[in-house]
Ligand binder design. Structure first.
Ligand SMILES: *[C@@H]1O[C@H](CO)[C@@H](O)[C@H](O)[C@H]1NC(C)=O
Ligand SMILES: *[C@@H]1O[C@H](CO)[C@@H](O)[C@H](O)[C@H]1NC(C)=O
Ligand SMILES: *[C@@H]1O[C@H](CO)[C@@H](O)[C@H](O)[C@H]1NC(C)=O
Ligand SMILES: *[C@@H]1O[C@H](CO)[C@@H](O)[C@H](O)[C@H]1NC(C)=O
Ligand SMILES: *[C@@H]1O[C@H](CO)[C@@H](O)[C@H](O)[C@H]1NC(C)=O
Ligand SMILES: *[C@@H]1O[C@H](CO)[C@@H](O)[C@H](O)[C@H]1NC(C)=O
Ligand SMILES: *[C@@H]1O[C@H](CO)[C@@H](O)[C@H](O)[C@H]1NC(C)=O
Ligand SMILES: *[C@@H]1O[C@H](CO)[C@@H](O)[C@H](O)[C@H]1NC(C)=O
Ligand SMILES: *[C@@H]1O[C@H](CO)[C@@H](O)[C@H](O)[C@H]1NC(C)=O
Ligand SMILES: *[C@@H]1O[C@H](CO)[C@@H](O)[C@H](O)[C@H]1NC(C)=O
Length: 814
């Protein structure tokens, strides 16, 4: 009974502690042992207890403690731990009771010493934890060192075993077993340079090989909430006079899903950048070399934080390991909402096949003037192999017979992959052909002028142009009054958007890629290909495109009421009623639902936000900008207030940390959209007090307190029934669940939104639409594309364009 009470009390007080003092991480399991010593010592604020206090954890048949042994005269903060050691003559175990299952750190401290007949340089032993071999033949170095391992402990105890080689002994100066937040180690990570594209880490052990702070500054454990040691990058950096070390630690601000437990501000606040001020067209990489053991896989974590750019510059990073691409266009700006000082990290797994080096490079696109190239931190962790070992002696690349097996397996896998690839290609071709065929059969009615096509083909950039949406450049020039500045309705990184009128008086939005933005080509092609395959009343339609003379022009239906975000706040449109807002949400959800389920393979929008929900003259919502490649172009550089509404606030935290996109990422973003609709404010508003800057954090706080009515857009005062507010809030909260699996599908969201709309009564609901014809089957889709797809503008009259309208005012057009 008494024990129970004490436990409860301790539990309670530690909760109080973590609430009152949210400084640093408070591990559930924490064993810090000053081995061989009879006294407790405090190292950087943590107490390493004496061996005696920990003797119940140790079972060692033959052991002695060695005191006052340190020869090194290091002034390092942890030198006191090296004053003593525990020596094992026989296999010995530490057994640690574990209260919190999940990831733990094991740190082993070693330092050379001589004690009686024991000379540490003759020590030879292995260390294992649970079933993992951490090290097989530990070799001493001339100085003290710490080995760090991460282990997902799934049982009630963690057993650490020291096994001396025959006629030798084992020892340890100090050790740590500490639980860490599980999110620090991802469950699965994308692999590069190998056929598996996913490596699960849950059943692996990791060894920290390098933990480097770019900016050439040491960060010692007391300055890291998880007691990590970060070494300066100077040692690893290739010297060509180009790197420069920069810092601005005060600029760092963490977010809900990236806290300082990931890395301290002294890591994110310093960086190594490429010096380009003197050479604006410099085309070079920043490169670091690291030693690794061949035959192992490595988890590599890149830490980025923009503390180097000024706000006007945009930049795209290219990241490589050993000349394999990790990211071809990392748009840090949009990943961090253009907010200076917001940290970001990216994980990847790579196999060090026969190389003893891991060369990490960061570069930029060659055409960019004054490229911004930098890195803030890097962690490299070795992943235990199939023998559950982390030691090179167990590496498969060492043994010849194993190689043969690997080759045979490799061949089998290769063959299989080839067959699968061939099958996929075959299916793809068939599908493409079917689409092209349907279109072509209509085009043959003389709509496409073959001669004209031939003339323009000479300058055409790609083959999608065989699809019949292709417009002659002259027709577009005419429609936009020779691209008159007066008709510009939007400007973005991609180029400008013009309002245009075709010969038949159809209003259109014409997006013209700037000639120099050749990098937009991939996005341009993706968008046309996507748009030409899907057609739905809640998706903005493609009318045509033009790729003559290196132009990249896309023509969309015109949406008379602009984008939802403009309607909600950024302009002086009349405020939308609650019923109209619900109707818009329902419409947008239908568009997304169609993308996710309308064809055999789900399309993930990837950039759901209010700026991408456009409204026609009847306030019917249509989703725009879908089917983008994951990596978009630069965000708008011309307009700060719109730029701040970037995609960051909408990003699924799971996607942000793991780069694993699913339909549920769209669901998360849609949850954010619904909050925006409810509150009538931007997702990120830096002009507000700090706790309100991020809409999601701010609004979830009110939701969790059950006080959602406090944050409802004042324009809606008195309109929202409490019951519908409650339901609406519940839908949002589900969409914003931390893990994708816990979020509903868009179909569920749609169903729930419709029931909220019903609560409000159905009369006079603008934007509420019958669901008839919303679910177009894919076959019909191709046919209907064919019906209005034509090569010349004049034939568009038959297409019911009179109803379609608008505007592509979007701060980041692609
Ligand atoms: C060391 O710390 C442990 C736990 O905090 C305590 O039980 C023990 O009495 C301390 N030992 C000494 C010698 O201070
Ligand atoms: C350690 O350094 C201090 C001064 O830095 C010196 O006085 C002392 O003798 C040194 N001890 C050993 C063991 O080298
Ligand atoms: C410990 O062993 C190393 C290597 O065998 C030797 O160089 C060193 O002199 C020894 N130290 C002592 C104090 O015996
Ligand atoms: C990657 O791993 C995750 C989690 O184990 C899994 O859900 C996902 O399907 C995997 N993706 C691929 C492409 O294997
Ligand atoms: C640890 O491993 C278990 C068993 O494989 C797994 O269920 C669990 O999700 C893992 N924990 C973490 C945090 O990865
Ligand atoms: C921690 O950081 C502060 C400020 O950067 C520095 O003054 C201090 O020396 C650091 N502490 C350690 C133990 O490195
Ligand atoms: C990095 O800092 C170390 C001192 O910590 C210094 O010796 C080295 O020269 C620096 N590296 C570069 C490239 O400046
Ligand atoms: C550091 O960041 C702050 C914003 O947090 C900014 O005002 C300041 O100009 C930055 N300093 C430098 C040297 O860039
Ligand atoms: C890494 O860089 C070194 C030095 O430039 C080079 O010798 C080595 O081949 C590179 N390794 C790989 C795997 O690219
Ligand atoms: C940067 O490194 C990558 C990978 O090694 C290489 O392909 C690229 O050419 C390098 N860029 C420059 C400018 O050296």
């Amino acid at each position: 009974m008494a024990g129970g009470t004490i436990r409860l009390f301790i539990g309670f007080s530690s909760i109080l502690f973590s609430i009152c003092v949210s400084l640093g991480f408070n591990p559930e399991d924490s064993y810090l042992i000053n081995c061989g010593s009879s006294s407790n010592v405090t190292v950087g604020g943590r107490v390493f207890v004496s061996d005696k206090s920990a003797s119940n954890l140790l079972s060692a048949p033959q052991t002695i403690s060695a005191n006052a042994i340190s020869k090194s005269n290091s002034s390092s903060f942890d030198s006191v731990l090296y004053q003593s050691a525990r020596i094992f003559d026989k296999t010995s175990l530490y057994t640690f009771p574990i209260t919190k299952q999940g990831w733990h750190w094991i740190r082993l401290y070693f330092s050379p010493f001589v004690h009686g007949s024991y000379n540490s340089s003759t020590a030879k032993f292995s260390v294992s934890a649970q079933t993992f071999t951490l090290v097989k033949e530990l070799r001493m170095e001339s100085d003290s060192f710490v080995m760090e391992y991460s282990l997902n402990v799934t049982s009630e105890t963690l057993v650490l075993t020291f096994t001396p080689a025959s006629n030798s002994f084992a020892f340890v100066n100090a050790l740590e077993v500490v639980s860490i937040p599980d999110k620090i180690i991802p469950e699965a990570v994308r692999t590069i340079g190998s056929k598996e594209n996913n490596q699960s880490l849950t059943n692996k052990a990791l060894e920290t090989v390098s933990r480097v702070n770019m900016g050439n500054q040491t960060v010692s454990p007391p300055n890291d909430t998880l007691w990590r040691h970060w070494v300066p990058d100077g040692l690893y950096l290739t010297h060509n006079g180009l790197p420069r070390f920069v810092s601005n630690e005060s600029a760092i601000h963490y977010t809900r899903w990236l806290t300082e437990d990931v890395a301290p501000s002294s890591v994110y606040g310093t960086a190594t950048k490429l010096e380009t001020m003197k050479e604006p067209m410099l085309n070079a990489n920043l490169t670091w070399h690291f030693d690794v053991d061949p035959g192992f896989e490595y988890l590599v974590r890149f830490h980025f934080c923009d503390i180097v750019s000024n706000n006007a510059q945009s930049f795209i990073l290219k990241v490589y390991i050993n000349s394999l691409s990790v990211s071809d266009s990392l748009d840090l700006r949009s990943l961090t909402s253009n907010i200076y000082g917001t940290p970001y990290y990216m994980d990847v797994v790579i196999r060090a096949s026969d190389s003893e080096k891991l060369n990490v490079s960061v570069g930029s696109r060659p055409e960019i003037v004054y490229p911004i190239i930098f890195l803030n931190g890097l962690e490299i962790m070795k992943i235990s192999n199939s023998k559950s070992s982390l030691d090179v002696l167990d590496s498969s690349s060492k043994t010849g017979s194993k190689m043969k097996v690997a080759i045979v397996v490799g061949l089998a896998v290769g063959l299989f992959t080839t067959i699968v690839l061939a099958a996929v290609l075959f299916l793809l071709c068939r599908r493409r052909r079917r689409l092209a065929h349907t279109i072509h059969s209509n085009a043959e009615d003389g709509v496409v002028n073959e001669t004209e096509s031939k003339i323009t083909d000479s300058t055409a950039m790609f083959s999608v142009s065989k699809i019949g949406y292709r417009f002659p450049f002259v027709a577009i020039r005419e429609a936009t009054d020779n691209f008159s500045e007066n008709l510009v309705i939007g400007v973005g990184g991609f180029g400008k958007v013009y309002k245009g009128v075709l010969k038949d008086n159809t209003k259109v939005a014409v997006k013209r890629g700037a000639p120099q933005s050749r990098q937009g080509l991939a996005e341009f092609m993706t968008e046309i290909e996507m748009l030409s395959q899907f057609r739905h009343r809640h998706l903005v339609s493609l009318i045509g495109y033009c790729d003559e003379q290196n132009e990249m022009i896309i023509i969309y239906e015109y949406m008379g009421n602009g984008s939802l975000n403009d309607y909600l706040y950024g302009s002086d449109f009349p405020s939308l009623s609650w019923r109209q807002r619900l109707g818009i949400c329902v419409g947008a959800a239908k568009g997304l639902h169609y993308l996710h389920t309308g064809s055999t393979k789900a399309i993930i929008h990837r950039d759901v936000k209010t700026a991408n929900i456009l409204l026609d003259e009847n306030l019917m919502a249509k989703v725009a900008d879908f089917g983008l490649s994951k990596t978009g172009p630069e965000i708008d550089q011309t307009h700060v207030s719109t730029a701040v509404k970037g995609s960051f606030g909408y990003l699924d935290p799971e996607y942000l940390t793991r780069q694993q996109l699913t339909e549920k990422s769209d669901v998360y973003s849609f949850g954010v959209v619904m909050f925006e609709v409810l509150c009538g404010r931007p997702v990120i508003d830096p002009s507000l007090p700090r706790e309100s800057v991020n809409l999601v954090e701010w609004a979830m706080k009110s939701h969790n307190k059950g006080q959602l009515e406090e944050i409802v857009d004042p324009c809606l005062a008195g309109q929202v029934k409490p019951e519908s507010l409650r339901k609406f809030g519940e839908i949002i909260a589900k969409c914003l669940a931390e893990h994708g699996v816990d979020r509903p599908t868009v179909g569920d969201v749609l169903w729930n939104l419709e029931s909220v709309l019903q609560l409000e009564g159905s009369e006079g609901s603008n934007g509420r639409l019958s669901s008839q014809a919303d679910h177009v089957n894919p076959l019909e889709t191709s046919v209907s594309i064919a019906e209005f797809s034509m090569g010349s503008a004049g034939d568009l009259a038959g297409f019911s364009m009179s109803k379609v309208f608008a505007q592509m005012v979007k701060e980041d057009m692609r």
